[in-house]
Design a protein around this ligand. Structure first.
Ligand code: 16G
Length: 261
């Protein structure tokens, strides 16, 4: 990627925004430069030492500002190669009232999807899978785990379990699990979704290309066929900095406050 940051950082006139501790001034200066397009996604930042000299602050101040920007997802650090402006992907808004697949969600926004397979195969079910999926003692379970991306930006890790009777050959799934299920008339029509806040552990954070401990959303989806049978149990971890889950709320049956009649 072309590095257009050279001109910006080579400019002598560094005027930090005023107010607050120095590292926050420096942080805001970098954010403003990104906001104005003076430095672009993919551009490299100068080394800690060079930046400290250029801005005339200590290396500790630079380190603090950069760390916060990395935690905010504004910068990314690549081991051995330096610090870069993070690629920009808009936050994704996902409705909580529609049962859609990841592929459909992204296609609706004109965003390219891809997946990295982490695992897929048939296994002996765990007790939780047996109960949730309503399996018989000698049934197998199909497990598929994917890192889901748009472009080269990872958004979520999804680990789905389905009865092997429904999904006897997990390797046959191409891009979309729901499209695959649709072909055999097994696309879910209803789901219960539970969302919990979580701080990402080291392994998940690494897959999602964010610092360990970043905010994430743990989502469990149990999906049903029209018959009421459970078809899918998926545990997902979504990046907290990329997703907004949006629910429409309507006034319920209870009388509005003040309505005493
Ligand atoms: C969504 C679902 C996931 C489902 C997947 C199918 C959430 C939290 N999860 O990502 O349960 O397995 O879609 O997507 O929304 P696909 O058809 O693109 O494989």
């Amino acid at each position: 990627m072309a590095d257009s940051s050279g001109n910006f950082f080579a400019d002598d006139r560094v005027v930090l925004p005023s107010g607050g501790p120095l590292y926050l001034q420096l942080k805001r200066w970098i954010e403003d430069a990104i906001g104005r397009g003076d430095i672009l996604p993919g551009d490299a930042l100068p080394s800690e030492r060079d930046l400290a000299t250029r801005v005339d602050v200590s290396r500790v101040t630079v380190r603090k500002a950069v760390l916060q920007l990395v935690n905010d997802g504004v910068l990314v650090q690549r081991h051995g190669s330096g610090t870069f402006v993070a690629p920009q992907t808009p936050r994704v808004e996902q409705s909580l009232s529609q049962l859609t697949s990841f592929t459909e969600d992204m296609a609706r926004r004109g965003m390219a999807v891809s997946a990295e397979w982490l695992d897929r195969g048939l296994y002996l079910p765990s007790p939780e899978e047996t109960v949730t999926l309503g399996l018989s003692p000698d049934d197998q379970v199909a497990r598929i785990s994917r890192l889901r991306l748009t472009g080269d930006v990872p958004l979520a890790i999804e680990r789905a379990s389905l009865s092997a009777r429904i999904l006897p050959d997990p390797a046959a799934i191409e891009d979309s699990l729901y499209r695959h299920l649709d072909k055999s008339g097994n696309r879910p029509v209803r789901a219960i979704q539970r969302i919990r806040a979580a701080n990402l552990g080291e392994q998940d954070a690494q897959l999602l290309a964010v610092p360990t401990g970043s905010a994430g959303l743990n989502i469990e989806r149990t999906s049903y066929l029209a018959s009421g049978r459970v078809i899918e149990f998926t545990r997902s971890i979504y990046r907290g900095d990329k997703y907004d889950f949006v629910a429409e709320l309507r006034l319920g049956d209870a009388p509005a406050s003040g309505d005493t009649k």
